[in-house]
Design a protein around this ligand. Structure first.
Ligand code: HEM
Length: 126
């Protein structure tokens, strides 16, 4: 039975299964695997903190995602279709296991952040 995202364990499960899909994705996987060469042992806990801060009112995240993605877009072109795929995988992963107001917030928050990131990145070239 599906339930809402309630605690750190749920966030961990969600984030772990999302990045499993991301790594195998034919459109965006290479950005993580080959361009950024992500150290997953480091990155996954950062992402648990990020989503706990956004969804569970914790304050553990202290990174600067806008800057990180702007730097990434200097290493490889990032396009709207990459963001669309990121969001599609995120929504699919949420919907596969969770339902409720926090699950909905996880989707709407990610969409606003992705829109803002894409806006900032696309403005860099003008
Ligand atoms: C095309 C879409 C995206 C790509 C290719 C992408 C890729 C990456 C990569 C390669 C990193 C760096 C990992 C490292 O430090 O080793 C990263 C970090 C991160 N990403 Fe994304 N990302 C995308 C979209 C998003 C979106 C939509 C969000 C938020 C909803 C997000 C949230 C984050 C956060 C919070 C970090 C950690 C930042 C930090 O360490 O300060 N990303 N991303």
């Amino acid at each position: 039975m599906k339930k809402d995202i309630e605690d750190a364990e749920d966030i961990k499960q969600l984030v772990d299964s999302f990045y499993k899909k991301v790594q195998q994705d034919e459109l965006i996987g290479y950005i993580f695997n080959d361009v950024a060469k992500v150290n997953w042992e480091k990155h996954l806990p950062i992402m648990y903190n990020f989503w706990e801060t956004l969804l569970l009112e914790k304050t553990s995240f202290t990174g600067n995602p806008m800057l990180k993605h702007r730097m990434l877009s200097k290493k490889t072109p990032l396009a709207q279709e990459h963001f669309d795929r990121w969001l599609k995988l995120w929504y699919t992963t949420i919907d596969a296991s969770f339902v409720g107001s926090v699950a909905e917030a996880a989707k709407t928050r990610s969409k606003s952040i992705a829109d803002l990131m894409w806006y900032k990145i696309s403005q860099q070239h003008v």
